[in-house]
Design a protein around this ligand. Structure first.
Ligand code: HEC
Ligand code: HEC
Ligand code: HEC
Ligand code: HEC
Length: 512
């Protein structure tokens, strides 16, 4: 049975936070605080939130409700923080990730997303190596990000996580996304509050921040955070900026190809070293906006993120946009009923069918790519390493491997398991498979022509990566693994045979 965390440390902290929030509210109401400024004259966002909550109690209450666990057993792939009390981890769901991400914090701990209230608390709790990139990690978490960046300039990016978090007013150091991130405080119209990231990226795709429709903003408020980003590094591996790798792309067509080309275009965009291969790589994180807006069926139909994640809902005597943002599946697909006439459960089955296809291809390719990574390791550790690595076969294999790796990460870290854009998921995963096969075929050839024999079975040695992870010494939890009929999976216990897969030599060509 999965370990339950009822009243776990996290939940206790959360309950405490809720208590604190109520305490502040009582203080505010009791002492009639008229000003929402702190001692330095800066309006605190926490107090501003509470003030806005007095005028818009229904939106405020639903925003606060993101602290509550979501209903269990309604989603198949996005089990974040549900009423079963389990906090799921991507490493345990997809064990090959432990191998592919070994070398930095993500390989140690990589949790599924949960409610917005928890965003900073979850950072404080996470495997400490995940915060190595520094204060810049707060860019998509604290409502103070833009203010701090304006005030500190380049130092904003250089500061450590703890240092930058200390610059946030003490009472708001656990405050995540709030009203002022998405709204102007005067008329509650929508706004982009992060000029230093999204504001700089929009003109690159031909969109002026001053020329946005309300429907654009209903997606772009989310795209402040639900996008991939790159943190360039200086010689000391300190972060120098936070940027979106969108150059070469257009509004409605930010392609995985351009994202990869951008990441590969500049050596300072390589943020980590993959242990197994020794390759310096970039990364692709949660590209929800890029994936959805790349001409998906629902984008073509004119939808925005808010259409599905913030449906109209009845609250007291009015209809509001639901600010308890979560998986539509956990909300019984009320958002979908605005257009679809299917029964919620048959619509749910349609979503599962798309996700099953995506996950099957993703897991199969994930294991295959992990096998190629082990082949690189074999080549690097062999007596002919110097010869092999100087061949053009090897160079081409490395290029194909990187192309496959970034594509896999794009789909893997996009949080809808293919739903936001099913045809694009299929296209990208087909290319991932082709590049993986090409990398393997070329690398085998490079190894064999250098006189080295390759064992028939390439053992992934997953135990080595799955157990004793990071400073927290995390271990694999087999109950979390996503097991599908046509995918390999990891044995339940250490006593069983280690996971092995064979790699038939493939002849697939590079995708055009
Ligand atoms: C300031 C950054 C930020 C903004 C703006 C933002 N999000 Fe999020 N969102 C996050 C983070 C971070 C998480 C994960 C929090 C965690 O796990 O602690 C998250 C989690 C989620 C989840 C998962 C919730 C769950 O119950 O598992 C959904 C769905 C979501 N966001 C959708 C949206 C949508 C839709 C918008 C725009 C209306 C939006 N977000 C705006 C940062 C943001
Ligand atoms: C992640 C972004 C986000 C956050 C955070 C957020 N809102 Fe909203 N809010 C929206 C979006 C999107 C809409 C829909 C606006 C539209 O369609 O024009 C909206 C609509 C509203 C409206 C208009 C009426 C309605 O319900 O559609 C009010 C009032 C409002 N929000 C208040 C708040 C308050 C108060 C907070 C903080 C407690 C808050 N919002 C936090 C994104 C956000
Ligand atoms: C047509 C409806 C639709 C639109 C539009 C849409 N989503 Fe989703 N989203 C979904 C569905 C369905 C899921 C899958 C939920 C699941 O599997 O439980 C999902 C999943 C997610 C998740 C993961 C939820 C979780 O519980 O972990 C996030 C985050 C998210 N979407 C953000 C966005 C953002 C940001 C946008 C806009 C760029 C967007 N979505 C547009 C329907 C939609
Ligand atoms: C604002 C209207 C609207 C909303 C809201 C909406 N959809 Fe759609 N949906 C469409 C349109 C339009 C299409 C494209 C129809 C077509 O071309 O066949 C579509 C297509 C789909 C398809 C693909 C059908 C197929 O196989 O071709 C699925 C699945 C789907 N929607 C599920 C959902 C789910 C789940 C939600 C809620 C999370 C949702 N939709 C919300 C309008 C909407």
């Amino acid at each position: 049975m999965p370990k339950k965390h009822f009243f776990s440390a996290r939940l206790r902290v959360s309950l405490f936070l809720l208590f604190l929030l109520s305490a502040i509210m009582i203080a505010v109401n009791g002492n009639t605080i008229t000003s929402v400024h702190n001692a330095r004259g800066i309006p605190t966002k926490g107090l501003t939130t509470i003030e806005l909550g007095k005028t818009y109690p229904a939106q405020y209450e639903s925003w606060k409700a993101t602290a509550e666990p979501t209903p269990a057993a309604k989603s198949k792939y996005k089990r974040g923080y549900d009423t079963d009390g389990i906090l799921y981890s991507k490493i345990d769901e997809y064990p090959y990730l432990a191998l592919l991400l070994n070398g930095w914090g993500y390989g140690a701990e990589f949790t599924e997303p949960r409610g917005h209230v928890y965003m900073i608390e979850d950072q404080v709790d996470i495997e400490p190596t995940r915060l190595k990139a520094g204060g810049s990690c707060l860019s998509c978490k604290t409502p103070y990000a833009q203010d701090l960046q304006t005030e500190l300039g380049e130092d904003y990016f250089k500061k450590s996580y703890a240092e930058l978090r200390d610059d946030i007013p003490a009472q708001d150091q656990l405050l995540g996304v709030t009203c002022v991130d998405c709204h102007n405080t005067d008329d509650l119209s929508l706004k982009i509050s992060r000029g230093f990231t999204l504001g700089k990226a929009l003109p690159q795709i031909g969109k002026q921040p001053s020329d946005l429709s309300n429907q654009d903003k209903r997606s772009l408020v989310c795209a402040q955070c639900h996008v991939t980003y790159t943190m360039p590094k200086n010689a000391q591996m300190k972060t120098t900026d936070v940027l979106f790798p969108w150059s070469g792309s257009q509004w409605g067509n930010i392609s995985v190809e351009n994202i990869i080309a951008t990441i590969k275009s500049d050596p300072t965009y390589k943020e980590w070293t993959q242990s197994v291969t020794g390759f310096k790589l970039g990364f692709v994180r949660h590209p929800e906006f890029e994936f959805f807006s790349k001409d998906s069926p629902h984008w073509q139909a004119g939808l925005s993120c808010a259409d599905c994640h913030m449906p109209s809902t009845d609250a007291a005597d009015q209809t509001i946009s639901d600010h308890r943002i979560m998986s539509p599946l956990k909300n019984d697909l009320t958002a979908c009923a605005a257009c679809h006439t299917e029964e919620p459960n048959s619509l749910r089955e349609m979503v599962f069918a798309i996700q099953d296809n995506t996950a099957t291809a993703m897991i199969n390719t994930g294991y295959a790519l992990a096998g190629v990574a082990k082949l690189f390791e074999l080549a690097h550790h062999s007596s002919a390493a110097e010869t092999i690595t100087t061949t053009s076969l090897y160079q081409q294999a490395k290029e194909a491997y990187e192309q496959a790796f970034y594509r896999l990460m794009f789909i893997q870290n996009e949080n809808s398991t293919g739903f936001h854009n099913p045809p694009e998921a299929t296209r990208i995963l087909n290319d991932t498979e082709k590049y993986t096969n090409t990398a393997e075929r070329l690398l085998r050839e490079a190894i064999i022509t250098s006189g080295i024999t390759i064992p028939e079975i390439v053992d992934l040695e997953l135990d080595q990566y799955l157990y004793n992870r990071g400073n927290k010494k995390l271990n694999f939890n087999p109950n979390m693994e996503i097991v599908l009929p046509q995918t390999p999976h990891y044995p339940d216990s250490l006593s069983e045979e280690p996971h092995q897969i064979t790699h038939p030599s493939a002849n697939a060509a590079l995708p055009q």
